[in-house]
Design a protein around this ligand. Structure first.
Ligand SMILES: Nc1ncnc2c1ncn2[C@@H]1O[C@H](COP(=O)(O)OP(=O)(O)OP(=O)(O)O)[C@@H](O)[C@H]1O
Length: 577
């Protein structure tokens, strides 16, 4: 549809020009003849016809612009959806590698406005191309010698633009990390996450000057490129203008000699100027399109990314319920791009209904083990089985549904308290009583009821009726989210009580098995008092399991666990004394 409008616009634009030339020729003829009412009639006809054609041209141009805009918006929304689909399906590793992160960022940058530009530039290019070709035809009809002059007015400018577009694109790619750092500093200074430390450590001036230095380096390099481009463009423009005036002088002479009509001269003035500005537009659109093409390459690179962790060709049905449980068989793992292993030769099992605890020093690999368990990563060596079958043989979503997880860095959703909990089982209806029951299990029901709009209170100050809650209260909400999923077989809690007061923590673990409906659980905690009720405790150090057993067994063994436990117990006794 929009193509039709464009062709109509081009034809009508040319028709107006042609009618103007005819009008001038008729008026010039009249100047020579004796004026009579009859001889003036064609002039009136031409004026009326030109007027009507101009009106039609304006109407078609408006419709063409409208169609273009609608089409551009549709394309933009479609590309956004594609980016989001790929982003949510991408492997976790994607977000942890700077190279992949660059691809995503550039795709987002290209995705938001490039497709809109591509559509509009492409259409304008076609329209201007058609008009320029037609004008070139008219120019040839005047005098074919004028055609090379038109080429001189357009082609060098085009080559200069294209050269600098590529140059700027390469520069922008090289500057991505720098821009990201500047963006990060900007975020540090303007986000509420850092407002407290920024003030107390008086980091404001330091950050501002780092940001200023980065921006001025980026600006200097950019201005340098633009200055060079401007210098060359002025030189090229001077050549084009000289050529135009040369052609004008030649045509004026031809008209004076009687080889051309005055209408031809007027037509030349009209169309050559039009052709020149159209040529400039064309150059602009072509260079934009070239730039769009380069950036769209980045978008396509991102859209081509496929998750490595994916479904097998023939997934095995998930056992319902699980019978033997989950086992790690000599599992080792290192993060993509890292040589040092995060986990080495791990053997571990979680039976149905069993509570397993992981303890160990910072960086010993506890969270990494959970990531493998949930198949956010696959082991580098060894395998993990569920009821004897390699977990890579199950459909990914079905397998992940077996777990309810709360990570150390759980999410704070800017949603209502109820929605924050329901996100644990998004299939559940909005008004499900399961939300309140999960909140009760996490001891969150009491304070949520006390919020201004109870479960409907947005947990953010971003909105007018929102309310901010404390870090411990956020942790209870996150716990409730983990308790929300009724169908899961294993509850995984990574440092679930780090922000809870001792009373709340005690209460949570007092009747923990009932709270989790006697499902299996994997708990990571640095507070050894919370893990002593576990059926089996694994002690990790530098990526290996160095001890395992029940609390009593480990205490009897007198190893690392016993030492750590005694240190913590001693500390409490000292404080109590
Ligand atoms: N995304 C990652 N990419 C590369 N290395 C990582 C990544 N996450 C963790 N590591 C490395 O893996 C090792 C184990 O980290 P992990 O987070 O599993 O430790 P942890 O035992 O959970 O520590 P903490 O008690 O501090 O939470 C560390 O040496 C860490 O530097």
């Amino acid at each position: 549809m929009s193509t039709l409008f464009m062709v109509m616009e081009a034809c009508l634009g040319l028709a107006v020009l042609y009618l103007l030339k005819q009008l001038v020729d008729v008026v010039t003829q009249l100047l020579g003849d004796a004026a009579s009412p009859d001889s003036f009639a064609p002039v009136l006809w031409y004026v009326a016809l030109t007027g009507v054609t101009t009106l039609a041209f304006i109407a078609v141009r408006a419709l063409s612009n409208l169609a273009k805009e609608i089409q551009a918006l549709l394309v933009a929304d479609h590309i956004d959806q594609e980016i989001h689909a790929r982003a949510v399906a991408a492997d976790l590793a994607f977000y942890e590698s700077p190279r992949y992160f660059d691809t995503l960022e550039r795709a987002r940058e290209a995705g938001s406005h490039r497709p809109v530009q591509v559509v509009s530039n492409l259409m304008m290019l076609v329209r201007n191309g058609i008009m320029l070709a037609a004008i070139a035809g008219l120019i040839v009809s005047l005098n074919w010698l004028l055609l090379p002059i038109l080429a001189i007015a357009i082609v060098p400018a085009l080559l200069v633009r294209l050269h600098f577009t590529r140059h700027l694109y390469d520069w922008q790619l090289r500057r991505t990390q720098m821009e990201r750092r500047a963006g990060y500093l900007d975020w540090l200074m303007t986000s509420n996450h850092h407002a407290k430390e920024l003030r107390l450590y008086q980091l404001g001036d330091h950050l501002r000057s780092s940001y200023g230095r980065l921006r001025s380096q980026i600006r200097r390099e950019r201005v340098d490129i633009t200055q060079r481009r401007t210098r060359i463009e002025v030189a090229v423009g001077a050549v084009a203008t000289t050529a135009f005036f040369g052609a004008l002088a030649y045509l004026a002479w031809q008209t004076a000699e009687g080889y051309n009509s005055v209408g031809d001269l007027v037509l030349f003035l009209l169309i050559f100027q039009r052709a020149q500005s159209m040529g400039q537009d064309l150059v602009h659109q072509l260079s934009n399109l070239y730039e769009d093409h380069l950036f769209m390459g980045l978008l396509l690179e991102f859209l081509a990314v496929r998750p490595v962790i994916s479904d097998p060709a023939q997934p095995v049905p998930i056992p319902e319920p699980m019978r033997e449980g989950i086992r790690f068989h000599d599992v080792s793992f290192h993060y993509p791009g890292c040589t040092a292993p995060a986990l080495r030769h791990i053997d571990l099992s979680i039976a149905p209904g069993q509570i397993v605890a992981l303890v160990g020093t910072n960086g010993s690999g506890k969270t990494s083990l959970i990531k493998l368990l949930c198949r956010l990563y696959d082991p580098t060596a060894g395998k993990i089985t569920l009821d004897g079958v390699d977990i890579r043989d199950y459909a990914l979503e079905d397998y992940r549904r077996l777990f309810s997880v709360i990570f150390q860095d759980y999410s704070h959703y800017a949603e209502s308290a109820g929605e924050n909990i329901r996100f644990g089982d998004i299939q559940a209806p909005r008004d499900t009583p399961a939300v309140r029951s999960a909140a009760r299990k996490a001891d969150a029901d009491g304070f949520i009821q006390g919020l201004s709009a109870g479960y409907d209170t947005p947990l953010t100050r971003m909105f007018d009726d929102g309310q901010e809650i404390s870090i411990g209260q956020w942790q209870k909400v996150a716990l409730a989210r983990a308790f929300m999923q009724q169908q899961s077989n294993v509850i995984i809690l990574d440092e679930p009580t780090s922000a809870l007061d001792p009373g709340a923590e005690f209460q949570l673990f007092e009747n923990f098995r009932e709270r989790i409906d006697h499902r299996a659980a994997l708990i990571i905690s640095h507070r050894l008092s919370t893990v002593r009720m576990a059926d089996r405790i694994y002690v990790m150090e530098e990526g290996v399991i160095c001890e395992s057993g029940t609390h009593d067994e480990l205490i009897r063994r007198g190893g690392i666990y016993c030492r750590l436990f005694n240190q913590q117990a001693h500390h409490y006794r000292e404080v109590g004394a």
